[in-house]
Design a protein around this ligand. Sequence first.
Ligand code: Q0T
Length: 297
Amino acid sequence: MSTLDLPGYSHVYSGKVRDLYAPVGADGEVVPDQLLLVASNRLSAYDWMMSPEIPDKGAVLTRLSLWWFDQLSDLVPNHVVSTDVPEAVAGRAVLVRKLDMLKVEAIARAYLTGGGLEEYREKGSVSGVVLPDGLVDGSKLPEPVFTPTTKAPVGEHDLPMSPAQVEAELGAGVAAEVSRLTRAILARGNEIAAERGILIADTKVEFGVSPDGTGGLVLADEVLTPDSSRFWPAELWEPGHPQPSYDKQFVRDWLTSSESGWDRKAGGPPPELPAHVVEQTRAKYVEAYERLTGETF
Ligand SMILES: CCOC(=O)Cn1cc(-c2ncnc(N)c2C#N)cn1
């Protein structure tokens, strides 16, 4: 993946779909207390990077995340400084406070699926939390469950963390607060999304703390986007099988159709997405944004 040459910024880190830059002052020194978080138009599905990119995906998800930060501002402070960003990334980048990030992927689940379902089928629990018997793919949980994982190095898999492991990493007080906030964020997200016909099955948020040690937890990264969360169309929810993804189903359906000619089990990369799949996927991101926020993209 190619990173951008952004005058006044130096590239720090690239994830699958987002990139992090550090502002550089006039003296050429990195500005120590801020970062530029850039959302790309890249789409990942089935652990593969799709091609071509999805036009406007980065901008739609950035605006959605900013909207959620605002909706959640009574629950938790966030890292957003400003959207006054370079023209080259206008609309899909945010200037944020540089924080000391907690080494825990804070995941909460309102519905059981994916890795949590696999762990439940093995142990009857997820991240050390015992769940009721008889749950199936897509089951709604009695209440959101905190199921944290490690932040694995690039190329390795995040591993479930038990409550004891989280306490060892963060301390009992911070661990309890991370659990409480993560579940509250998902619960709030589902209160709002349900009114708009969307279910948020699970979400991953990240917290940081100010390097100077003042204040408490700060919500960082992105929040309640289809990249950090599973968005399901509420009207199609039916426990007992994989649920259609609000934003990636067109891609998944085409990739697994005979039309694509892709054999996922063979291990090779997927083919280029046809224009109609790209357009339908873009439209779903715009639709999710407009339904949730009531604003026009
Ligand atoms: C490629 C995008 O970055 C990430 O995926 C995760 N990540 C976040 C940070 C971070 N570090 C310090 N301060 C922050 N405010 C943040 C944020 N957000 C680092 N990696």
